[in-house]
Write a protein that binds this ligand. Structure first.
Ligand SMILES: Nc1ncnc2c1ncn2[C@@H]1O[C@H](COP(=O)(O)OP(=O)(O)OP(=O)(O)O)[C@@H](O)[C@H]1O
Ligand SMILES: [Mg+2]
Length: 584
């Protein structure tokens, strides 16, 4: 590798900006250099979350002493041999990282080319602080100490060692996923945190992401128009409160690109609540000339020549995979664990009072012991005698309703409990979608148009979305500065509280203000409408209604989870029931 100073006109084309803001940025740059040097093993040592020490060692090509001096100069790089900044495949290309880090810390750079002796150069806050021979195996070792010690303006933005450590760990994980063929180790404060042997990408991802994903993940592998997408995503029911486990890569470069994050979000829209986040590791492969990596100082964002195609591949590919898995639900398996269920010992005798017994883990599901039912049927619970043979419906035949909220059904292989509101909401949404996609939205005109008073900004929002709402069967018009007129509602809704619906929709539209496509917005709005049109918890259903709901669920895509990502039903298999009673 020969390092050279870049010509001025090329320097000016490079996305400039602050590269190092905290230890994790510096570590990322060192790791990228190590990977670019052709290393097969990289080790990292950190002290105090990187605030005291960041050290990265590799067994890559190394540098001769004169190259080391050049490497510490600004805009000197070995990675743009023919100025082809639009076809970079290395992580680095700006020649900026090492000098930036060296200007705000004490750096010791040691390096050795195979067959030559090692050399060491020290830099203290941009100033040469000595050099000389060094003993190290072929490769490079960079030590960064006291980052921002002499830059109080920066130092005060640093967080606790714990938080800085978490960010460093994340940086290591991202690059370790990007390059599964390279071995990694990570030590923090003298403790070994990670040891990763070279592996195939899926194995590496499995090692670094939640192991639960082996059970609750969906493998992704699709190609469209020369773009490839592979990786793993979580089932909608296996989600997190923060979006901290989303790892996205473009041509093996870790990115935190808004377009990609937005596309991931859109694929899960209405399968997951807005404040929950899927887990994902996704690798996008695109031709080099279809993407520009030189748009962000930390190289974490990219620009696609055809963003719509990329978005389409991700949303379409993930959605397809999610649809295929729509019957699976993570919570179902958890809920089937016996510990979640109350046993007859926990069911109080009627003498002890009438309160129904709730299991804490699954409040709302009540198992009524047979003898108790003889004395005192729980309020709102009805049971159908199990006389006729059970036809083989996957979700079984309705036997009764519990707490006016859950349908209990008997299937061939076990007992099914359905959350009636969650399930119905899903069905209404899917019906509305199917109708919309088929251009057959049924609307129900109101005999007397309803006037709904709202704030002016809310009215503006609804007025702005009137055409989209109309597509779903909701006809609204502006009626003075602070009111809307509702002329028709989607027939799928039945009788509905128009005022509540409009208020929710206005809030929804305000939230969705971002760069979402029309279709995504429609989907979201449809979900809000569906929630309004659904059978509420607390409504007593007839057996015919219950069975109708079960049959519709069986033929409706994505009916395994509600619009917020919770399961709509759980099943307790015969084997599990036997276990509960100690028969097995
Ligand atoms: N671990 C290493 N092994 C071998 N060479 C290295 C290593 N680290 C840095 N270099 C050399 O030093 C040069 C400067 O590194 P630096 O990180 O400053 O810039 P870069 O990687 O070229 O671009 P960027 O600023 O985008 O990271 C590199 O081009 C490379 O030739
Ligand atoms: Mg670099």
């Amino acid at each position: 590798m020969s390092i050279r100073r870049l010509p001025a006109e090329l320097i000016n084309r490079i996305a400039a900006g602050e590269v190092v803001e905290r230890p994790a940025n510096a570590l990322k740059e060192l790791l990228e250099n190590a990977l670019d040097s052709g290393a097969s093993a990289v080790s990292v040592r950190l002290h105090a979350g990187g605030l005291e020490l960041i050290e990265a060692s590799d067994d890559g090509c190394g540098m001769a002493p004169e190259e080391m001096r050049l490497a510490l100069e600004r805009h000197a790089t070995s990675k743009l041999p023919d100025d082809a900044i639009d076809r970079v495949t290395s992580f680095g290309f700006r020649g900026e990282a090492l000098p930036s880090i060296a200007s705000v810390s004490r750096v010791t750079l040691e390096s050795r080319v195979r067959g030559a002796d090692g050399w060491r150069i020290e830099i203290d806050h941009g100033q040469p602080a000595g050099e000389g021979p060094a003993a190290l195996p072929p490769g490079t070792r960079v030590k960064v100490e006291g980052l921002f010690d002499k830059v109080p303006a920066r130092r005060k933005f640093l967080r606790s060692p714990r938080a800085e450590y978490a960010a460093c760990l994340d940086a290591v994980k991202r690059l370790a996923m990007a390059r599964s063929d390279v071995g990694f180790t990570l030590d923090h404060d003298g403790r070994r945190i990670l040891t990763l042997q070279p592996a195939e990408p899926p194995a590496r991802v499995a090692e670094l992401l939640s192991h639960e994903l082996e059970r609750h993940g969906i493998g992704i592998d699709c190609v469209r128009d020369g773009l490839g997408l592979s990786g793993v995503i979580s089932l909608p029911t296996f989600n997190r409160g923060v979006a901290d486990q989303q790892y996205l890569f473009v041509n093996s470069r870790p990115v935190k690109d808004r377009l990609l994050i937005g596309a991931l979000r859109a694929a899960y829209r209405d399968l997951i609540a807005r404040d929950r986040h899927p887990i994902a590791a996704l690798f996008l492969d695109v031709p080099l000339d279809a993407v520009d990596v030189n748009v962000h100082p930390a190289k974490t964002e990219v620009r696609f020549r055809d963003p719509a195609a990329v978005r389409g591949l991700i949303v379409g590919g993930l959605r397809h995979a999610l649809d295929e898995e729509s019957g699976r639900s993570a919570a179902r398996e958890q809920a089937a664990a016996p510990v979640m269920w109350s046993t007859s010992q926990e069911v109080r005798h009627p003498d002890e009072g009438r309160d129904p017994v709730w299991t804490p883990a699954y409040a709302g599901v009540q198992v009524v012991a047979e003898n108790q039912r003889l004395f005192e049927p729980a309020p709102a619970a009805r049971a159908e005698p199990a006389v006729e043979p059970v036809p083989s419906f996957p979700l079984g035949v309705a036997r009764g309703q519990v707490a006016a909220t859950y349908i209990v059904a008997e299937a061939e292989d076990g007992l099914v409990i359905v959350d009636q509101h969650a399930a119905h909401e899903r069905l209404v949404l899917e019906r509305m979608r199917a109708a919309r996609d088929g251009g057959l939205v049924a609307r129900q005109a109101l005999l007397m148009p309803e006037v709904i008073e709202l704030d002016e900004p809310d009215c503006d929002r609804l007025e702005g979305a009137a055409a989209e709402l109309g597509e779903m069967g909701l006809d609204v018009e502006r009626f003075g500065p602070t009111a809307m007129l509702v002329r028709a509602v989607p027939a799928a809704l039945g009788k509905t509280d128009a005022a509540g619906l409009l208020a929710d929709l206005a809030a929804e539209i305000a939230d969705l203000g971002g760069p979402l496509s029309l279709r995504d917005k429609l989907d979201h709005v449809a979900a809000t409408i569906a929630c309004h049109g659904s059978v509420r918890a607390g409504r007593i259903l007839s057996v015919a209604e219950m069975n109708a709901l079960l049959r519709e669920m069986e033929v409706t895509p994505r009916s395994g989870q509600c619009n917020h990502g919770r399961p709509t039903w759980v099943k307790l298999g015969h084997g599990e029931i036997e276990k509960l009673f100690g028969r097995k």
